[in-house]
Design a protein around this ligand. Structure first.
Ligand SMILES: *Cc1c(COP(=O)(O)O)cnc(C)c1O
Length: 411
């Protein structure tokens, strides 16, 4: 089991089936999924259109390698991503999971500078409280103390960490200014060896649900331009609506050089991820020199079924007007989570379809999972965070039941 001490962990609930956003356990218990299965299953578990797209693609061509071959679903998804991602983000490289997409993004930043004749520029600036995945490259840019990072420190590349941006989404300009000054000092100090900066824009998710100001991202963009760093937005958690905009980058009007997408992209119907870059990045690889080619190629990259599922999901997203629905979810979360107070609560915060109650002491949310399950809701609090990131198809009544759990526990 993931992140679990098997000797101490409780026996997991066994899920037999699911429909909409309700999980049905083998003993007949029904649980509303308050987490979208790690923030992925935004369409619910049995969306007919996505299931149909998956079935049709499996029947026609479930998989084919992308080395030397291509196919329509990959081509169409790459075009779709070019169309919906901000600015001139245009060239897509597929990967089989979010962590691998991050590895690819880091390799792109390194090789970009190498191809341009600056091989010494191979380190990254990352943010404290960041989380970018569980593979070694991704771990090395995740928070150096709070993540799993410290367990594996001896085998991880050493990068440079800027303070986590403070002050929340509506931070005072002076607070943002101070954080940007710290970022600039770090970049200036290590400029000659830096390839890029990686961050989760607006919402640092698994590392602590820290929400921060769009103006920080505008400042980071200016600094990356001034010092020649590629700016990588890891939108694996935030992309496709989770923060209330299609991409978290849209809050700031900033176009990164590289963007990673995953999780909601295939929405749990299969796994897949994508790395999208701007022409300026692509062009640094495009040459007569074979050594300038991007040296990566996961076995299952561009899997046709995954691409068909992603295309169907994006179509549903647009047609059903999910961004409007997310705005309603946000309102409901704000109404009922933000007023929660009590000696145990350090802070409450809401952005898009993300609601968080942070406590001072992990003991304060011990037992919350069983409490929620007894009330028909699936939550998985961790550390000092009780949170919900519901599927976008959750009904008002279902979300209300999720929020009853928070009110009942903290009220
Ligand atoms: C989940 C996540 C990843 C890792 O994705 P996997 O598919 O689990 O490998 C990377 N970055 C962010 C921001 C994530 O939330």
């Amino acid at each position: 089991m993931p992140y679990a001490q098997m000797k101490l962990a409780r026996v997991p609930y066994r899920v037999r089936s699911a429909s909409g956003c309700v999980l049905e356990l083998e003993d007949g218990t029904r649980l509303i999924d308050g987490l979208s299965s790690w923030w992925a299953v935004v369409h619910g578990y049995d969306h007919p259109e996505i299931l149909r797209a998956a079935h049709e693609q499996v029947d026609r061509l479930p998989h084919v390698m992308l080395g030397g071959l291509s196919h329509e679903p990959a081509q169409r998804l790459a075009e779709k991503l070019a169309a919906i991602t901000p600015g001139d983000l245009r060239h897509t490289f597929f990967a089989d999971s979010g962590s691998v997409a991050v590895e690819v993004a880091l390799k792109i930043a390194t090789q970009y500078h190498r191809n341009l004749g600056h091989p010494q520029r191979h380190k990254m600036v990352a943010l404290r409280l960041g989380y970018h995945g569980d593979t070694t490259g991704a771990m090395a840019v995740s928070d150096p103390e709070d993540s799993m990072h410290h367990l594996f420190a001896p085998i991880l590349m050493r990068h440079h960490f800027a303070p986590s941006p403070r002050g929340g989404f509506d931070a005072e300009p002076e607070v943002v200014q101070k954080d940007l000054e710290a970022l600039e000092r770090l970049i200036r100090e290590h400029e000659s060896e830096l390839a890029g900066m990686i961050c989760e824009p607006i919402l640092q998710a698994a590392g602590g649900f820290n929400m921060y100001s769009p103006s920080y991202l505008r400042g980071a963009r200016r600094l990356c331009d001034a010092y020649g760093l590629l700016l990588i937005f890891d939108e694996i958690a935030t992309g496709l609506g989770r923060t209330g905009r299609m991409f978290a980058a849209d809050h700031a009007g900033v176009v990164p050089d590289v963007m990673t997408l995953g999780k909601a992209l295939t929405a749990g119907y299969t796994g897949h991820a994508a790395v999208v870059t701007r022409p300026g990045v692509f062009d640094a690889f495009y040459s007569d020199n074979p050594e300038h080619a991007l040296m990566h190629g996961p076995t299952f990259m561009g899997n046709p079924t995954a691409c068909a599922v992603a295309l169907a999901g994006l179509e549903v997203f647009e047609r059903e007007g999910y961004l409007d629905r997310i705005a309603q979810i946000e309102e409901q979360l704000q109404e009922r989570l933000l007023p929660l107070t009590g000696p145990a609560i350090a802070s409450t915060r809401v952005l898009g379809a993300t609601g968080v109650v942070e406590v001072f002491d992990p003991e304060a949310i011990k037992g919350l999972q069983a409490y929620a399950a007894a009330r028909g809701v699936w939550l998985r609090p961790f550390g000092t965070y009780a949170y919900t990131m519901p599927p976008y198809v959750i009904t008002d009544e279902q979300l209300s039941m999720v929020l009853d759990v928070f009110e009942g526990w903290f009220g």
